[in-house]
Design a protein around this ligand. Sequence first.
Ligand SMILES: Cc1cc2nc3c(=O)[nH]c(=O)nc-3n(C[C@H](O)[C@H](O)[C@H](O)COP(=O)(O)OP(=O)(O)OC[C@H]3O[C@@H](n4cnc5c(N)ncnc54)[C@H](O)[C@@H]3O)c2cc1C
Length: 420
Amino acid sequence: MRVCVLGAGVVGLTTAWALTEAGCEVVLVDAASAVGTGASAGNGAQLSYNFVAPFAAPETLWHLPALMRDTAAPVRIKPRLNGGFLRWNLEFLRACTGRMVRQTTEAQLALAALSRAELDRLTASTALSFSRQANGKLVVYRDKTSFQTARRQAEAQKGLGTAQGVLDGAQCLREEPGLRIPAALLQGGVFTPREEVGDCAAFCEGLAGQLRARNTVTWRMGASATPVLRDGRLVAVQAGGAEIGADQFVLCLGSGAARFARACGFRLPVEPMKGYSLTLRPRNDAGRLVHSVTDADRKLVFAPLEREGGQVIRVAGIADLVGEDRRIDAKRMAMLRKGAADALEVDLDSDPIGWAGLRPCTPDSRPLIGASPVAGLFLNTGHGALGWTLACGSARLAVDMLMQRPPVLDGAPFSPKRYA
Ligand SMILES: Cc1cc2nc3c(=O)[nH]c(=O)nc-3n(C[C@H](O)[C@H](O)[C@H](O)COP(=O)(O)OP(=O)(O)OC[C@H]3O[C@@H](n4cnc5c(N)ncnc54)[C@H](O)[C@@H]3O)c2cc1C
């Protein structure tokens, strides 16, 4: 089977890899000239296999009015009078129930476990170097209510096989000596010892290198794709002045997926949620992080990555529903810098510019994996805040479905039909 994968971010590349493993002829198309330049380029580096809480939750509803008013909140929503956006928001509100949170958590944990296993399998057969470390994740809370909610989520996840420890503020500071938040400001934290970090951009480059070395993929980089439909079936894409035909197309366009779907004549519930990151050097050895850390109430993550010349700390956060706009807003970036300086001992001059990217978000935070309403087009997209974590498992599930093999896990929770 000849399969054309649309998008060479982490989801498209892992899909291409899984397809070549299944014996398919693969064409990979991306508008950018290099792989992994979209959301995969500067993300928070968390391989968050056990920490999968969705954005849509009952407590999000309670906080929503305050978030809409507060311009300094880590989440910002710019209302737009656009049918797709309004519908996405209604679907988001509908997903803010305890039952949906439980269903999503269960589904995401299963997909995350598959992802870890698939990444292990991939790294066992290739020499990929992307600063992968299993150094555990400490999520700290400044607010009493959010700490209590996290405690409950940790209890609920225990039944799903996740080992997590609940710590008080002083224990958090002992566990992570690189943390500089004063004890009086910390309610406590949740420590997950088996959590991992890894440099997603380095992984994308490494995997592309492996695919090139095996000569199993035809590359069409620097080519923005638009659909060519015949009798309601996607038969080709127009990309870089050429028409590329295939038996199947897999949509992995991240925040560009909804636009491509619209051009095919259907609506995809994927909204871009802008986030920012910085890659900073610790100011001294005492500022190095041992674990990955999340400052939960400020919605910031800090991941230690090993680079030539020593540790760097990837600082990432902010969730702005402001449309497909990748520009760096100076005020939001200043917030991120302040967040880093308040929690860590880092050299802010070591990354003077920073980065912004768009998370491709579905209302319930679960990716869309399955057939689309258009024949010939399969979906593997909408991974939101967890695309790096879920990429390898999603690729395996998508390719099992495409090749009509018994899927390795139940794909129903990720079916695009839930939004039909
Ligand atoms: C600030 C931030 C922090 C994050 N932190 C984490 C984290 O810690 N852990 C985690 O698991 N996830 C994290 N994520 C989420 C994760 O980065 C994304 O879910 C993931 O990168 C999505 O991968 P993708 O391949 O679907 O999309 P992308 O990486 O965006 O790739 C999509 C590709 O499609 C191409 N494209 C788009 N339209 C077209 C077109 N019409 N034709 C051709 N090509 C096109 C683009 O050029 C791009 O290369 C974070 C995201 C952000 C923004």
